[in-house]
Design a protein around this ligand. Sequence first.
Ligand SMILES: NC(=O)c1ccc[n+]([C@@H]2O[C@H](COP(=O)([O-])OP(=O)(O)OC[C@H]3O[C@@H](n4cnc5c(N)ncnc54)[C@H](OP(=O)(O)O)[C@@H]3O)[C@@H](O)[C@H]2O)c1
Length: 336
Amino acid sequence: MPRLVRAVQITELTGPDSALQLVEVPDPEPSHPMTPGAGVVVDVHAAGVSFPEVLQTRGQYQMKPDLPFVPGSEVAGIVRGVSGDASVGEGDRVAAFCMLGGFAERAAAPAHFTFPLPDALDFAQGAGLILNYHTAYFALKLRGRLEQGETVLVHGAAGGVGTASLQVAKGLGARTIAVVSSDEKEQVARDAGADEVVRSDGPWKDEAKAISGGGVNVVIDPVGGDRFTDSLRSLAEGGRVVVVGFTGGSIPEVRVNRLLLSNVEVIGAGWGAYVLSKPDVTRHIGEELNRLIEEGFVRPVVGPRFGLEQAAEALKSIDERRATGKVVLDVVADSG
Ligand SMILES: NC(=O)c1ccc[n+]([C@@H]2O[C@H](COP(=O)([O-])OP(=O)(O)OC[C@H]3O[C@@H](n4cnc5c(N)ncnc54)[C@H](OP(=O)(O)O)[C@@H]3O)[C@@H](O)[C@H]2O)c1
């Protein structure tokens, strides 16, 4: 009989209230579908929860595994076993991107998506490290070509990608302007290191131009919607709007004459699609983030925390837009 571990499965596509069941599943092997026959098995202490898992409970996410399946794209914990080449070994504290299977006591991840977890971060912070911070670095530096001394405006700045972008931008020597919708979110953005905070329902474009002395160099946009044209108008010559997501609901359209007239760019940043087949890029981003963790710039903002058996509540806190910071499942009680 294989050993069984506790896990949360999506068993039907009826939304967070009724789609999930706490079950026992076979202990995973150190093998991952991305690297068949090789991988790292992690004793999960904390699992990160994100918007895609909410969509998965309704069958609305682009990746649609057969039912039932265990969701959960990222975890932090202790290495239990390794097969194939890996830079981590049994007993190491790690953060890992497993794509699926993270809402469980044990999860398998590809070796190139498994990183030693620096002592400065606890397991809950580790569970919020990969998706948001790799995306932030990818969007700011590899796509947005951010340089030291430039000014970055971050939309949705109290959110997961937003807080990560503020911290990474500061670490790269930029000045940061956060755009948020409430007092509570203003505080979250300030705690994440925003130099200036402006309100999404106020004259943020003019404020950003005044603060930056004529225009910002990079806009990080995980929100989209109506504000897109004003993002373009807030840019300095040579500025870049980096498209990261559409939490605002609608997908904006660009009148490209604006790009010509102001000599500005719109750049897409799709982290997953880009890095999945490029382990070297992932390694490079991991090293850069380690440096920013050591220097004290990167500290994932942990929000609401739940037990594994409360996964539905965790998903609902995201679905109902109540959460700020990373939503975490504490799979082991001492996840820090
Ligand atoms: N491109 C990539 O590779 C990549 C990687 C990871 C995530 N993403 C995407 O990036 C987006 C942001 O992810 P996240 O984890 O940062 O989300 P999050 O933590 O929920 O934050 C999103 C922010 O968007 C703002 N917002 C504006 N209108 C909203 C609405 N109608 N509903 C919800 N939020 C709204 C909110 O800020 P205010 O209330 O202050 O406006 C909120 O804080 C998602 O679409 C996600 O899928 C993309």
